[in-house]
Design a binder for this molecule. Structure first.
Ligand code: ADP
Ligand code: MG
Length: 342
């Protein structure tokens, strides 16, 4: 008799999380939000705390042949701080846990922590603890970030409503195109170790892959402009995937416009050089760590002139679906193709 075996791939990452979530029963009234958003939300006096954690695994999330250790340390903090920002909260503390083999020297760990400290400085967070253990299969880094907000300031994925405006910060697709360049130069180097990688032309996009910056600046600016997004998520898996998350959590549809999508010139030119469709890079490229959020139409004037916030479309009724209107005016259904890790 054979026991039933379901492949993780059959569920996918999000299916697996839904599957695990089914067995969770919240017991404490201070748990305001558990699984299902960028961070959990916990009552703490007059304020709320948000908590999020992310795991970076060598060979899956980073490649030490081109990721410098200080950059990696910075990125491990930034990706967590980004999830705090995605709740419209301000990051305050982090813990850092590492698993490492004897392949790493004290100097290598110092280099990793140089980046972690730089990120703590940059985001104004305190390193308050963690764990250290041995690993037999490469470096593993887990960071937990804690942030703070007033209860009414929190933006969940679930608050988008019909006619809200969809906004995106910065530009998209750079981290994916940067990764393609790093992989290409690695192949060139492996084939001929005497060749020095020539990355000069690609500095913006490779930096976006190796050392992304979480948009905490935008959270502070939204406060100054007195705008609370009706919903928000950070762009870690690609714009299409994050639009799906907001639409699913909020029970709405969305229409976005190709000519409104922000793409940097270096990203565009390099995508073309690599025979990649720039719009596919924007829609499905991962790891940009920009913010996707919705605002009430009444708040549009407050943000209208912001140089780094782009208005890419609007929220529709759920039954209207999710569409990208191309430059020629054709509406194409959006497909979510986040990265598959399994
Ligand atoms: P993000 O991309 O914003 O980091 P994820 O897709 O990793 O978010 O996670 C979505 C939600 O699922 C979050 O609330 C996260 O805490 C939760 N989650 C992810 N993995 C697990 C797990 N193994 N057990 C419980 N909750 C999980
Ligand atoms: Mg997130």
């Amino acid at each position: 008799m054979s026991e039933k075996r379901t492949e993780i791939n059959d569920l996918g990452e999000f299916g697996l999380i839904d599957h695990l979530n089914k067995k969770v029963i919240i017991k404490n009234s201070s748990t305001l939000k558990g699984i299902g958003d960028d961070a959990a939300v916990i009552e703490a006096g007059n304020m709320v705390k948000v908590v999020t954690t992310d795991l970076l695994v060598e060979g899956v999330h980073f490649d030490l042949s081109y990721a410098p250790l200080p950059h990696l340390g910075f990125k491990a903090v930034a990706v967590n701080v980004s999830d705090v920002a995605a709740m419209n909260a301000v990051p305050k503390q982090i813990t850092v846990s590492i698993a490492l083999s004897n392949r790493f020297s004290v100097e290598a760990i110092d280099a990793l922590y140089e980046g972690i400290h730089a990120a703590c400085e940059h985001y104004g967070v305190d390193l308050i603890g963690g764990d250290t253990t041995a690993s037999r299969s490469g470096l593993v880094i887990s960071v937990t970030a804690i942030g703070e907000a007033k209860p009414e300031q929190i933006s969940y994925r679930s608050g988008a409503k019909e006619n809200d405006i969809l906004c995106v910060t910065g530009d998209l697709g750079a981290a994916l195109v940067g990764l393609q360049i790093l992989e290409r130069e690695k192949e060139v180097f492996l084939a001929n170790p005497d060749m020095k990688p020539d990355l000069g032309k690609y500095t913006i996009i490779t930096a976006r892959q190796l050392k992304p910056d979480a948009r905490v600046d935008i959270i502070h600016e939204l406060r100054e402009m007195d705008v609370i997004p009706t919903s928000m998520i950070d762009i870690s898996d690609g714009l299409a995937s994050e639009i799906f998350h907001i639409c699913k959590a909020s029970g709405v549809g969305a229409t976005i416009y190709e000519d409104k999508l922000p793409i940097d010139k270096q990203t565009f030119d390099t995508a073309v050089e690599l025979n990649l469709d720039p719009i596919t890079c924007v829609m499905n490229g991962g790891e940009d760590y920009e913010l996707l959020f919705t605002i009430d139409q009444n708040d549009f004037e407050k943000l209208e002139k912001h140089p780094d916030i782009h208005f890419i479309g609007h929220i529709t009724k759920s039954e209207e679906g999710k569409f990208l209107v191309t430059k020629s005016g054709t509406a194409v259904q959006i497909k979510a193709q986040g990265w598959k890790h399994f």
